[in-house]
Design a binder for this molecule. Sequence first.
Ligand code: MLC
Ligand code: AMP
Length: 483
Amino acid sequence: MSSLFPALDAPPAKPALRFTDQTTDRTIDFPTLRSLAHAVAGELRDQSRVAVWATPTAHTAVGVVGALLAGVPVVPINPKSGARELAHVLGDSEPSLVLTPPGVELPPALAGLAAFEVPLTPPDTAPAAPAAVVDPELPALIVYTSGTTGPPKGVLVSHRAVAATLDALADAWQWTADDEVVHGLPLFHVHGLVLGVLGPLRRGGTVRHLGRFSTAGVRDALSDGGTVLFGVPTMYHRLAEAVETDRALAEALAGARLLVSGSAPLPLPDHERLWAATGRRIVERYGMSETLMNTSVRADGPPATGTVGVALPGVEVRLVDEDGRPLAAHDSVGEIQVRGPNLFSGYLNRPDATAEAFDADGWFRTGDMATRDSTGGYRIVGRKSTDLIKSGGYKIGAGEIENVLLAHPAVAEAAVTAGPDPDLGERVIAWVVPRDPESPPSLDELSDHVVGQLAAHKRPREVRFLAALPRNELGKVLKRELV
Ligand code: MLC
Ligand code: AMP
């Protein structure tokens, strides 16, 4: 297989990366990216696996591209991770080095790890291209994703899976080198990193990162060369609110070639508001850290509002009943299972979890529930587990937060569920039996306690106190009774 980035072999004289960093804009063209990435690849040649302190800056893009060219697997790390998850990710993945922007003060958990500052100024003499051809089955990324219980699992994403998913999306979206992809997504998950950074670079197009998401940033970037917008539904919700008073934003969205939403369900009211204000339909695609992308509404197909579209080229998608039998009838609800070159290679150090995730014929069980219409379009209706929460597009495992809450001295028992939230889609709700019913802990106290251990997006947004949690005869908490 050729490299993930054919455009770096004969680099065009055009921007590869445009990042807004604080208030300054930084543009790196393809010849410069090639030189920087070759320099990084040369430095990393002897490393077995590297972490990337994944700030939303050009350093992350340059560091990841360099490591991939060198065939060194990358563990992207959320710079806002709490101490507990940081210790887990580093202990589990054992990187030999961490790539950072210059001058970053790393938390104590990384103190023992050698740091490599990613340069953004190319060396005077062009560094040699990496010699080795990378085995497509080698892990490109190890992305941590929450499960229902316990700490997050490292998903091994191969070079083959990245290439397969990006090429399937190129077909579905007519995605080319002429596209400039605008987004403000975090760079430690597959949406922002694989689709939002590696995607445009594989096409030979441009990444336009906003540094952080804002509706004004989207407006300015789409009015200044941006052609495609990627976002999670929370971002489209904020755009739907803002277009009502920001005429220039409505015009910028109307002028885009493609507006794509993913990572969580896009509420129909937001879709309709944006359609009314801009005349544009948001295209939804459906994926997962483990599978990368499975389905999408096609740019050359019918609008298919409310669905996540059809199977991408090369991806097999089916619905099964509770016994794992494929469903034939339209409009009956089943679990989505997928098979294809886009799938991950397993969970790091977790053969048990890997085995459980697949059936005997190699179908991956997504845990998402859907129906299929007569055109092959999928409509996601929910998910199997009450222990997973999607908040602002982030997947959050209830068990991980429950374990942290239980360590709080004022908490006797705790359960975590999802509640509806107009902005975030779902919010984290903590159900707590206080040790002393006369003085229960406050929401702020519990929230700060969680933020000390886990990333801030995992904090409870609401707390409800109970005298006891509803449990079955085996002592298992009956979450459906809570919600
Ligand atoms: C809040 N903060 C605290 C805190 N409470 N900090 C310290 N202590 C506390 N008690 C901080 C946060 O760190 C953050 O800082 C700020 O307050 C606001 O946090 P927030 O309210 O949680 O989020 P918000 O800024 O409103 O962000 C909304 C959002 C974000 C939509 C921009 O949720 C987001 O980027 N979501 C994208 C998730 C994503 O990429 N998912 C893809 C997964 S891959 P600061 O400094 O940031 O302001 C996948 C597969 C697929 O799903 O199909 O794509
Ligand atoms: P993650 O593990 O963070 O990669 O999240 C993957 C999950 O996000 C999927 O299993 C779905 O539940 C959800 N998801 C992703 N895209 C969509 C979408 N377009 N509509 C609904 N849910 C989605």
